[in-house]
Design a protein around this ligand. Structure first.
Ligand SMILES: Cc1ncc(COP(=O)(O)O)c(C=O)c1O
Length: 376
């Protein structure tokens, strides 16, 4: 007989209904956890589940982190002055347009916190990044999902979903988990079409992976559109996911508002030092983007040979249609390959695979061949 469920703690019952209704974020499984659960040697496990940079951080960054560690007893610079100066030069934007976050995830949360309250709406596309609903629901606001076109964002449908209740619109370009991308001209026209009292968050976490000619010019639109927030991250092509650092670029009046809801020390000192060093090593980012493009081609070709469909991706990951994704996910895990199921994105037949080093991609492809074999 099953034990009766434990009683609901009264404090929990008193939490706002919208908080209790949040479906928790499910991260990619850590290597150590898979090793423990499946009795595998961690050194034989490959993690292609969290869109991380497979190269590890640049050696210059590692040295900067080691040097900064000596000051770990001090609080970080809450205004991130040195990083602000370095990034403002690198991007060609005024320092007061930058807000730093504990990952760009923090920027998404801070914008939601600054602009959303119960009764408000935020809009995003179907299959868009999972943090948009989380950040919206945590403020008691409602997320409105516009239909996708194929699997990509449909900017017309997103525009049509904006109502007088809408305060924030999230657009991921490229989007995770689909890898779909919209050209700058289309995004610029969309931003111009949004009412000026609605914040448009353009999430460009994967921008550095695009071909240089395709990279976003959105920072140049902020003067014309003071309701635009562009978010970017050091987690992906810069290889700093563990340190949690990202940033938003926006009109200084918006930055001032967002800074009011920011924790005073939300970005730690090691992350600030690492980001400065990373900005001084642009070759690392370009090499990472090149390695990723070659890896994408390798995975796409290998998956095609196995008879599976992929979605064209502009990120450091690709969606692969495997049919019974829960079964194939498990079969890959048992072979020491961690990928990401995406049923929670309305994509139950697909798995999201992060592009790894060439040998990691090969490991995935041979594990996938095995995983698919019994079903054929
Ligand atoms: C589209 C998108 N935006 C934002 C993030 C947040 O990344 P971070 O908080 O590490 O900057 C991610 C992470 O996977 C992402 O895929």
């Amino acid at each position: 007989m099953n034990a009766p469920p434990p009683p609901v703690e009264p404090t929990v019952e008193r939490a706002p209904a919208w908080v209790r209704a949040i479906a928790p974020y499910v991260p990619g499984k850590p290597i150590e956890e898979v090793a423990r659960e499946l009795h595998l040697d961690p050194s034989n496990i490959v993690k292609l589940a969290s869109n991380e940079n497979p190269r590890g951080p640049s050696p210059k960054v590692v040295a900067a982190i080691a040097a900064a560690a000596a000051d770990a007893s001090r609080y970080p610079d809450g205004s991130a002055f040195a990083l602000r100066v370095a990034l403002s030069r690198a991007l060609g934007v005024a320092p007061d347009r930058l807000v730093f976050g504990n990952g760009s995830n923090d920027i998404l949360e801070l914008v939601a916190q600054a602009f959303l309250k119960p009764g408000d709406e935020a809009v995003c596309s179907k299959h868009a990044f999972a943090v948009y609903p989380l950040a919206t629901q945590a403020r008691g606001a409602t997320l409105v999902e516009a239909p996708a076109r194929g699997y990509a964002h449909d900017l017309d449908a997103i525009r049509a979903a904006i109502t007088p209740r809408t305060r924030v619109v999230f657009v991921a370009n490229p989007n995770n988990p689909t890898g779909t991308w919209l050209p700058g001209t289309a995004v610029a026209a969309f931003v111009a079409s949004v009412p000026r009292d609605v914040v448009v968050v353009l999430d460009e976490a994967y921008d550095e992976y695009l071909d240089p000619a395709e990279r976003s010019r959105s920072l140049g639109w902020i003067d014309r559109h003071p309701n635009l927030v562009v978010s970017r991250t050091f987690s992906k092509a810069y290889g700093l996911a563990a340190l949690r650092i990202g940033y938003g670029v926006m009109d200084p009046r918006l930055a001032d508002l967002v800074n009011r809801v920011r924790q005073p020390f939300n970005v730690n000192a090691l992350a600030q030092a690492a980001a400065i060093a990373a900005l001084h090593d642009p070759d690392y980012v370009e090499e990472s983007a090149m390695l990723n493009r070659a890896g994408l081609r390798q995975v796409e070709a290998g998956v095609a040979r196995l008879g599976c469909e992929t979605l064209p991706s502009k990120g450091n990951f690709v969606l692969v249609r495997v049919g019974d994704a829960a079964r194939v996910y498990r079969a890959l895990l048992e072979q020491g390959v961690i990928v990401r199921p995406v049923a929670n994105y309305g994509l139950p037949e697909w798995l999201r695979v992060t592009i790894g080093l060439p040998e990691e991609n090969d490991m995935f492809l041979s594990a996938l061949a095995h995983a698919l074999a019994p079903a054929r």
